[in-house]
Design a protein around this ligand. Structure first.
Ligand code: NAP
Length: 330
């Protein structure tokens, strides 16, 4: 893709997050929602008409085969990321795949290996990683504004009812892959030292999926992280990085809007504004555009090895809790 050309995005699956993507892309000048594919042609046509999208396909394969699609954006449930991403990579199409990246580490490793072999761009759409708040918070930490970081806490909770995507094992249900992944990324994007110890527990649904979970990580650099996620309640969704000289409070960890810095004794120091955004989803698309134009095979903000590391971590947690999907080999 040339530097000055529009990146034409093909969206796979006309659901909730696909709509958010379409709303976002309407506002960008060099990235456009060009095609939508649904398992139902009428649904694709309706979506295309609503969001002014040029092409509507009644199958995912037709969109992948469209030579004018520059980036395939996979917006199906996690259970259905693997097949469609594999097909797209084999067709040589750059892919941006919603979180959780795959059902498990085995699937993730197979897809990453394939993309590397075929030299096709691949990225996980964990939107928080691409947002400007990451640099702001990293700078506060590296400038020593909170002294030595010692404790990270983060909660993400939404009351999601009996959503099939959360309740069903065959759709890779549970809070961990849907919400806990943000809490884990919240720690890892600021502190990526080796994890020395993990303690965790969860409360399960009748269908055997983790509805509410708690994870405690001890990191090699002397930081303890306590993370909670829940698909069963309204969380405060706040992240706190506490250091010897102050703390940083991030509201919220799933799209930061306010970053508050407190000094010793929790005395307010400053509130840092996050740049005005469309929806917050624009950053991942803009970075894909830049990376593909630069002939990169993965984005800077979320390296594929990091995606793999987090998938492996989530496998370990699910194994301990006995939360299993049909595609697991453990
Ligand atoms: N980044 C974020 O903030 C964010 C927020 C929410 C969700 N997500 C991620 O986005 C993905 C989709 O979530 P969503 O909330 O958009 O889900 P959703 O509303 O249920 O939409 C998923 C779409 O996938 C397609 N699909 C294909 N096979 C399916 C199956 N067996 N069962 C159900 N749908 C199937 C359907 O589209 P067609 O019928 O049109 O083919 C469906 O509309 C998940 O991986 C989720 O983690 C990300």
């Amino acid at each position: 893709m040339e530097q000055d050309k529009n990146m034409r995005v093909g969206i796979i699956g006309a659901g909730w997050i696909a709509t958010k993507a379409a709303i976002t892309l309407c506002h960008l000048t060099n990235v456009e929602a060009y095609a939508i594919a649904s398992r139902t042609l009428a649904r694709a046509q309706e979506f295309a008409a609503k969001w002014n999208i040029a092409k509507a396909y009644g199958s995912y394969s037709e969109l992948i085969a469209d030579p004018d699609v520059d980036l395939v954006y996979v917006a199906t449930p996690h259970s259905h990321h693997f097949g469609v991403t594999r097909e797209a990579i084999l067709a040589g199409k750059p892919c941006l795949v919603e979180k959780a990246f795959m059902a498990n580490h085995r699937e993730a490793e197979e897809i990453v290996t394939l993309a590397r072999e075929k030299r096709v761009f691949l990225a996980e759409a964990i939107w928080t990683r691409y947002q400007p708040a990451v640099k702001i918070v990293r700078k506060l930490i590296s400038d020593g504004r909170i002294g030595e970081p010692r404790l990270v806490t983060a909660t993400l909770g939404y009351s999601m009812g009996e959503k099939p995507r959360i309740m069903q094992p065959d759709l890779c249900g549970g809070a961990l892959l849907d919400l806990g992944v943000y809490a884990i990324n919240f720690v890892r994007m600021f502190f990526d030292s080796r994890i020395l110890n993990i303690e965790s527990q969860c409360v399960k649904s009748k269908t055997g999926m983790d509805l509410t979970n708690s994870i405690s990580l001890v990191l090699e650099d002397g930081i303890l992280a306590n993370l909670q996620s829940s698909a069963a309640c309204v969380g405060d969704n706040i992240g706190v990085i506490a250091g010897t000289e102050g703390n940083i409070i991030i509201d919220n960890i799933n799209n930061p809007q306010r970053i508050r810095l407190n000094g010793p004794d929790r005395v307010f120091v400053e509130e840092i504004e996050v740049p005005r955004q469309i929806t917050g989803y624009e950053y991942q698309f803009l970075e894909c555009r830049e990376a593909i134009a630069d002939n990169l095979l993965e984005p800077y903000s979320m390296p594929l090895n990091e995606t793999l590391y987090i998938m492996q971590l989530m496998d370990g947690l699910r194994r301990k809790w006995g939360v299993r999907y049909p595609m697991d080999d453990f």
